[in-house]
Design a binder for this molecule. Structure first.
Ligand code: AMP
Ligand code: MN
Ligand code: MN
Ligand code: MN
Length: 305
């Protein structure tokens, strides 16, 4: 048994999903429902990473414990960088850390005013009642965002689905877009690191940055203490996974993996459907005790222990 590693069959794929949303932000399921869905799909290591909010953490953690799925506290922080909105996922954060709690509250605070301005812009484009309509889709009025407006526009028959909304509304140059100043990169990283967490640059292929600007972002992210990047995620196509695998190696970043689940029927990928991290990368969970437990259990079962 003590030399099980040498004799064990190749480990089965370890399904870590470290990016997801509940109705605490812009997902449609409760935190416990999200955990149950991840667990049912075979996810072994899970994080709920609501936008700028840790309010779902306790419920998710309790449900994860009940089901025996490894759980780490997470959050997705909205950041403004170089005129672009960038998302940073904080993983294994201490959810009561004062600087993080205060920083997230400050980051959220502009959302109400922004939503009212978005509704005014939509009204000018002929869509009335969008503020109230978006709020109806938001379980948490403190966290009303573009996804809630998108669901309202679909409900009104203005667009066929949420993706069509994000092509024709709510983005720069289209009706309903309102520029907004989120947290700075330095502040977001400070809050995450102060809370004992690891920072991962979320869905890097999504940003409208050319190669040079993206490298500058990664340099600054690393200089601020960021150590990980999402390589496999819901919004990365295969070629983008390869591209960011190479970038992770080149910049010596740990690799993260997460579906960015928002609700049944609203995602490109469901829990349990993401490909494995490409070989040769160091997973962000490589030294986490939560993941070690799972590995140990896998080794045990692989060697019949
Ligand atoms: P907000 O934080 O209010 O600006 O809203 C950002 C959210 O909008 C993201 O977290 C996604 O859930 C959603 N979103 C942004 N772009 C798209 C897109 N192209 N397709 C679907 N959802 C999107
Ligand atoms: Mn979202
Ligand atoms: Mn995001
Ligand atoms: Mn997300």
């Amino acid at each position: 048994m003590t030399h099980g590693r040498a004799t064990a069959a190749p480990l089965p794929h370890f399904d870590a999903d470290l990016h997801s949303h509940s109705c605490v932000s812009d997902g449609t399921l409760t935190p416990a429902e999200v955990v149950r869905r991840a667990h049912a799909a075979g996810v072994r290591l899970f994080s709920l990473t609501d936008h700028d909010h840790l309010g779902g953490t306790a419920e998710a953690r309790d449900e994860a414990q009940r089901l025996g799925i490894a759980f780490v506290c997470g959050v997705e922080v909205s950041v403004s960088w170089g005129g672009e909105t960038v998302h940073v996922v904080g993983l294994r954060v201490e959810p009561d850390a004062p600087a993080l709690v205060r920083g997230l509250a400050a980051t959220r605070s502009g959302r109400d005013e922004r939503a009212r301005a978005m509704a005014r812009e939509l009204a000018r484009a002929g869509v009335a009642g969008a503020f109230e309509g978006a709020l109806r889709h938001a379980s948490n009025p403190a966290l009303v965002g573009r996804t809630h407006f998108a669901r309202f526009l679909v409900e009104q028959g203005v667009c066929a689905d949420v993706r069509e909304v994000f092509r024709n509304f709510l983005v720069e140059g289209k009706p309903g877009f309102v520029p907004h100043r989120w947290a700075s990169l330095g502040d977001a990283l400070d809050w995450i690191l102060d809370a004992g967490g690891v920072a991962a640059l979320a869905h890097p292929a999504r940003y409208r940055l050319d190669a040079a600007a993206l490298e500058t972002l990664i340099d600054e992210f690393r200089a601020c203490g960021g150590t990980a990047i999402e390589v496999v995620c819901g919004s990365h196509a295969r070629d983008e996974q390869r591209r960011f695998a190479a970038i992770a190696s080149r910049f010596r970043l740990l690799a993260s993996r997460g579906s960015d689940f928002h609700g049944p029927g609203e995602n490109r990928v469901e829990f349990g459907q993401l490909p494995a991290l490409p070989d040769g990368l160091v997973p962000v969970w490589h030294d986490w005790p939560e993941a070690d437990c799972e590995r140990a259990a896998q080794v045990a079962s692989a060697i019949g222990g």
